[in-house]
Ligand binder design. Sequence first.
Ligand code: SAM
Length: 219
Amino acid sequence: MSDAEFFPSALGTKDHWDAVYSCELQAFQEYGDEGEIWFGEGSMTRVVRWINAHTIPHSSSVLDIGTGNGMLLVELAKAGYSNLMGVDYCADAIALARSICEKEGVSQSVKLQVTDFLDSFSPSEQFDICLDKGTFDAVSLDPSDAQEKRTQYVNVLCTILKPKGLFIITSCNWTKEELLKQFDKEFEMIDALPTPTFSFGGQSGHSATALVFQRRGNS
Ligand SMILES: C[S@@+](CC[C@H](N)C(=O)[O-])C[C@H]1O[C@@H](n2cnc3c(N)ncnc32)[C@H](O)[C@@H]1O
């Protein structure tokens, strides 16, 4: 896919997310509002349900890349998962996620860290599962060099995910075929989660794409 098909946007900048989460953190502090769940509640439920249905051990290490308010991790903690981590390059997002985890009583199960996933993330151990809901989309819209950022994303993902580890991505920018093109070399798609459909002008499509990939290779 060429960048000509994709329009760089403020949504791909840290300044944008800093402004978003500064407001959301303030709203949480003032009114207890947990903020936006990207792609709606259903997008979280789908991922949690898939993980539960595949009897993945509760001790598995799970990383949420660009965790935002951390709600996906809260849901996983409530489902019994206890080795969870969320990273985000936006300090207010992590402050919000931390406050929500405390309020929901799941802080013991969730580690949170302010980190630029593309630049400075070097965990001590590889993860069993990596999750992404909307973060690869944001990276893909980076006005500086989106193609380079996407390549970097895949490279970092391959260093921090165990061989045969799972990568579950929800995107509203990319179709299934486009995501396959992005990840196919290093990952095998093992499932596609059902997502809501829409019709417009006689055409129908999906409002989001949610795929489960498994990292190829043994090392
Ligand atoms: C569309 S929001 C999704 C947030 C969250 N995953 C959710 O589903 O609510 C994208 C998130 O990615 C984060 N993000 C974007 N680029 C990042 C990077 N290079 N490193 C860490 N976080 C990043 C943003 O700060 C933002 O929280």
